[in-house]
Ligand binder design. Sequence first.
Ligand code: PMP
Length: 288
Amino acid sequence: MSDIAYVNGAYLPLAEARVSILDRGFLFADGVYEVAAIIEGRLVDNDSHLSRLENSLRELRIANAPAIQTIADIETELVARNEVNEGLVYLQITRGAAGDRDFGFPRGTAPTIVAFAQKKNIIASPAAQTGVKILTVPDLRWARRDIKTIALLAQVLAKQAALDAGCQEAWMVDRHGLVTEGSSSTAFILTKADVIVTRPNSPAILPGCTRKAVQTLAAREKLTIEERCFSVTEAYEAKEAFLTSASNLVLPVVEIDGRPIGSGAPGDKTRLLRTLYLEWAMNPDATG
Ligand code: PMP
């Protein structure tokens, strides 16, 4: 974790960055967040993250948040102050701290905005070389998973179940046996017919920013992408599997529930998509 955080207008050493215990984020998980990667000192795909943030704020009716450009400026300032060349920016907006613990929205309470930056190896991630193992778990979340709320308990439990099983990520599964998404990532498979499959956006999943960029890059490369649900059984039999997220870009999945996927090593299409994503992240304005 880098040293300087942002809290409601001030840049402070992390140890001095504080919010009230009456903050509705703390009491009710009444807030939203975004995470964007930093590569070569620049935020990756941040317009997409900020537009999802606006959507999350709108859906939860959190009013009076700073303008999106102001938020972007805060993030950029944090990257600079913390001298992060490669890593992440985390930004959270809650409905603020009213003087009480009433469920109804407070009137005239300003939202709480906190942000911090972290150094992390994004490009040279060991998991990109080895691939990750997945454990499937029931999806215990609420019905509006398209909103990026800070209510992440189901994902915390899912991730810990995966870690306890010697895996690195959990894929959550709906009551029909269909994969929704990872605890903090989007799930993809490549079928034996070389079709990349990922679940369509709906209230059942978070619309991943990395997912969207990867879809565009795959289409440019003339790879076939299909948006449809896929089952855990279909995933077991896939040629390749991978996940996407802002902090992991594109990561190969080499095992699901103890079953090797394809050859049990990172797949060629997955590697290609990771390379294409990285090229685009470092040089988003290049066309072709
Ligand atoms: N689904 C969930 C549940 C997530 O938490 C994340 C990470 N924010 C994603 C998908 C991937 O989204 P993105 O590519 O925008 O990071």
